[in-house]
Design a protein around this ligand. Structure first.
Ligand code: NOJ
Length: 576
């Protein structure tokens, strides 16, 4: 049988395609929206990978894209649906990739575009989406745009950056400071002007008031969407704009860890113009059903709310760092923060740690119950209403490994700020895969040292233990993926005056899950009467427990050891 040739035949072929093509496409790609309107990213678990430190296949002591590809089976089995890869673009690596010199390529240290395509294809086979890190506030000083901009005052790209005259000889245009220490202005002798950099001097700020910058950066995002990327984590969104009048920032009492006067970043941070850019980036993302995650450090819930956009037309997923900043195991503090973000009007995004903050294992651990606490924190952020973003290594209880001597520091802020600021090396150490040499990360000497704890805290060892942190993560993630109440249910706080026990229901249609977390090192007895929640004579079916939790079937006697975790499905009783 040949291809249809006549008009009638062509019509039949067209009809067949029209009917079956969507079904075939649906089979090929995971659905972006389910039948009840939930977006893919609302049901997904995200996982941040710091590519330098994940897995090294070419034996240079630095991770690479092929290394990530080689670990996709592990990620799939763990229950990860999307990986956010910190910047892997060509870069002089002053800020380990956050200084991009070419937005549309891969740094040779990480591989090639072909390696990226293979990673994307392999990830797709496992229904894992790829999120890239989009550094939009600044480029590297080695980016061709910046190299051109500094060549003369008339250069085509001069106005792509922020150049100004000094106030006088040797005096920068104003008092603004870089968040990485000292003046935010760098004198450029060739053109006798200063350029502005909120981060390192090798990271000049782009001028987002220039329409050409906007259009070039929007095009970068399109370029990657077309290559199969499912979204971006937007770096440092609050620093995109500066006061055009360059007013001095107010000085505050005291000095910071770099010895500079404390300052309120009133005129160079969180300017309202940021939101126009986010709306624009969102319009482009919507063309590709992509998701935008925001690195948005906010002071309060109103600021966070603004990042969703007044019509939910900015970031779908601004990260709630206020949750991460609840730095002690305090049931009342977490209760307050969860309630605030849960009612902010957007979809909550929970994070315990990332490559800029000490690992959650040490922030919450008390040195005595660290394993139990690591599980407790997992049980918390993986059972809340919202999307969790894990940080690589959290699932095995990786600890921070801060440098002990200034000469060992790699992160430049750790050198400028030593000893008050030791830099971020400690939270960026190689992923611990096994108890073999260099934790199985590389056969070469890793770029950062592996802490001794790798001998016990590594994937291979923990997979072989029933009660490891890793097995707990796998259990909770598996539960979360198949439980509608945990995926979509509303968050209903319980016992709001309890100083030690954080408890809540997740309720979706007729399905209810109860989560009880003992956030203290003391044992507690508890009981739950769920009649006010419309669940008379409720019976509980245990789903997951850890750290010593026991319950009678009717929730009238719950006994919780230190840091106990009790998660149960509530089976509704007869209405009385
Ligand atoms: C935030 C990133 O997370 C951090 O690692 C980086 O140094 C700054 N933005 C500058 O890009």
């Amino acid at each position: 049988m040949g291809w249809p040739r006549g008009r009638g035949d062509r019509l039949i072929l067209w009809l067949i395609c029209a009917v079956f093509a969507p079904a075939l496409l649906a089979f090929a790609a995971p659905q972006a929206v389910d039948s009840e309107g939930h977006q893919w990213w609302q049901h997904a678990v995200f996982y941040e990978i710091y590519p330098r430190s994940y897995a090294d296949t070419n034996e240079d002591g630095i991770g690479d894209l092929n290394g990530i590809t080689s670990k996709l089976d592990y990620l799939e089995q763990l229950g990860v649906d999307a990986i956010w890869i910190s910047p892997c673009f060509p870069s002089p690596q002053v800020d380990f990739g956050y200084d991009v010199s070419d937005y549309e390529n891969i740094d040779p240290m990480y591989g090639t575009l072909a390696d990226f395509d293979r990673l994307a294809a392999e990830a797709k086979k496992r229904n894992i989406r790829i999120i890239l890190d989009f550094v939009i506030n600044h480029t590297s000083d080695r980016h061709p745009w910046f190299i051109d901009s500094r060549s003369s005052r008339e250069a085509a790209h001069r106005n792509w950056y922020i150049y100004r005259d000094g106030k006088g000889p040797g005096q920068p245009p104003n008092n603004w400071q870089s968040t990485f220490g000292h003046s935010a202005w760098q004198f450029d002798p060739k053109t006798d002007q200063y350029y502005y950099h909120y981060f390192y001097m090798q990271q000049p700020d782009l001028n987002w008031r220039n329409a050409q910058v906007k259009s070039a950066m929007f095009d970068v995002s399109r370029w990657w969407y077309k290559r199969g990327v499912a979204g971006f984590r937007l770096d440092a969104v609050d620093t995109l704009f500066e006061d055009p009048a360059l007013r001095d920032n107010p000085i505050l009492p005291g000095t910071n860890k770099y010895g500079d006067p404390n300052m309120e970043d009133k005129y160079n941070k969180k300017l309202p113009e940021v939101h126009q850019v986010l709306r624009g980036l969102r319009q482009v993302a919507d063309e590709y059903q992509a998701v935008l995650i925001g690195e948005a450090y906010t002071e309060n819930i109103d600021e966070l709310r603004q990042y969703y956009g007044t019509h939910n037309n900015e970031l779908q997923m601004p990260m709630d760092f206020m949750f991460m900043k609840v730095d002690k195991l305090s049931a009342p503090e977490f209760r307050k923060q969860i309630a605030a973000v849960d009612t902010a009007g957007g979809w909550p995004v929970y994070v315990l740690g990332n490559h800029d903050n000490p690992r959650s294992y040490v922030r919450y651990g008390d040195g005595q119950h660290d394993e139990a606490i690591a599980k407790l924190m997992a049980a918390l952020y993986l059972t809340l209403r919202g999307t969790p973003i894990m940080y690589y290594g959290e699932e095995i209880g990786m600890t921070n490994n801060d440098p002990q001597r200034k000469e060992d520091v790699k992160d430049p802020i750790g050198i400028t700020g030593w000893p008050q600021e030791k830099g971020r090396d400690g939270e960026r150490t190689p992923m611990q895969w096994s108890s073999t040499i260099n934790a199985g990360f590389s056969r070469a000497r890793p770029w950062l040292p592996v802490p001794d704890s790798y001998k016990t805290h590594n994937v291979a060892t923990e997979l072989a233990q029933n009660d490891s942190v890793l097995q707990f993560y796998r259990k909770i993630l598996a539960l979360r993926h198949q439980n509608p109440a945990l995926l979509d249910g509303e968050y209903i706080p319980l016992k709001q005056d309890d100083p030690s026990i954080l408890s809540y229901l997740r309720k979706y249609k007729d399905q209810t899950v109860l989560v009880v977390l003992n956030m203290s090192s003391e044992p507690h007895k508890s009981s739950f009467d769920l009649r006010p929640q419309g669940l008379p004579s409720a019976k509980a079916k245990t789903l997951v427990t850890a750290n010593g939790a026991e319950a009678g079937p009717d929730l009238s006697h719950l006994s919780l050891e230190a840091f106990a975790i009790y998660i149960a499905e509530i089976l509704p009783g007869e209405v009385q």
